[in-house]
Design a protein around this ligand. Structure first.
Ligand SMILES: NC(=O)c1ccc[n+]([C@@H]2O[C@H](COP(=O)([O-])OP(=O)(O)OC[C@H]3O[C@@H](n4cnc5c(N)ncnc54)[C@H](OP(=O)(O)O)[C@@H]3O)[C@@H](O)[C@H]2O)c1
Length: 253
């Protein structure tokens, strides 16, 4: 394992971080010296991630993002272990259905909102009360480009990510000036979640991107490190599109 830098004194809670984007975010924050609490449902996968990231600086709290007891436990354990929670990254998300929303089962729609939007609000409320309202900090919500336009096959997911983008605006307004709240809207990032979108045809999928490749978790890790640092001290309520330039294609030809 590469040697870690001196501790930054900052602490982050990253939801859904045993793999994929959340793991990439945790890796970027650990690499700058933060101590980090990561969450995920599968306990073994979470433990493996903690060990890989460095068990002296990272803890894991297993549970489902929408479960209120889990939210409480994750924030409490972070405070117990590290004494503060400066940064919250709401990354855990779900997309259990494909197809038009005209006939979407409304219970499924509720589940999508529960995990992608209500959970993010729950974690934000808890970190606010536990630490941020008195001491400041940042929140980064991992939204999606699907929240910025129509999404032919993943409509309910897109609607939930649009809600997350406005949740970002609302929280940024309510939590200012103590806490800055921003979102990141990625296009396709190579993870298990997005695998079906490019598996077996990555070159073809990447060709649509002006930057000629799909995203990788460290792309979002780097952007999150920026939004949780002093480098972005005058930015709040914004959604940063991190998409290899794919949005540049909109309206062309
Ligand atoms: N990949 C993309 O192209 C892309 C693009 C735009 C936005 N996003 C967003 O980025 C976020 C992460 O996606 P990803 O691609 O990194 O997915 P991923 O590779 O499937 O990883 C998801 C992570 O979250 C955990 N997780 C999943 N559901 C959870 C839940 N209900 N409660 C707690 N933890 C949960 C998973 O562990 P367990 O399974 O053990 O719980 C895993 O650690 C999501 O919000 C997604 O909407 C992804």
């Amino acid at each position: 394992m590469t040697e870690l830098p001196a501790l930054s004194g900052q602490v982050a809670l990253v939801t859904g971080a045993s793999r994929g984007i959340g793991y990439g975010v945790a890796e970027a924050l650990v690499a700058r010296g933060d101590r980090v609490c990561i969450t995920g449902r599968n306990e073994d996968a979470l433990k493996e991630a903690v060990d890989k990231l460095g068990a002296d600086r990272v803890i894991g709290v297993a549970g489902k993002a929408h479960d209120l007891d889990h939210q409480a436990a994750a924030v409490e354990r972070t405070m117990e272990a590290f004494g503060r929670v400066d940064h919250l990254v709401n990354n855990a998300g779900t997309n259990p259905v494909f197809g038009p929303i005209a006939d979407l089962d409304l219970d499924v729609a509720r589940k999508v909102f529960e995990t992608n939007v209500v959970s993010a609000l729950g974690f934000a409320q808890r970190t606010w009360h536990a630490w941020q309202k008195d001491n400041g900090g940042t929140i980064v919500n991992i939204a999606s480009v699907a929240g910025l336009s129509a999404s032919p096959f993943i409509g309910a997911y897109g609607v939930s990510k649009a809600a997350m983008i406005n949740l970002t605006v609302q929280l940024a307004h309510e939590f200012a000036p103590k806490v800055r709240v921003n979102a990141i809207a990625p296009a396709v990032v190579k993870t298990k979640f997005a695998q079906a979108l490019y598996e077996g045809r990555e070159a073809e999928a990447a060709a649509a991107y002006p930057l000629a490749r799909l995203g990788v978790p460290s792309d979002i890790g780097g952007t999150t490190a920026f939004l949780t640092s002093e480098q972005s001290a005058w930015i709040t309520g914004q959604t940063l599109v991190v998409d290899g330039g794919i949005f540049l294609n909109a309206g062309v030809g």
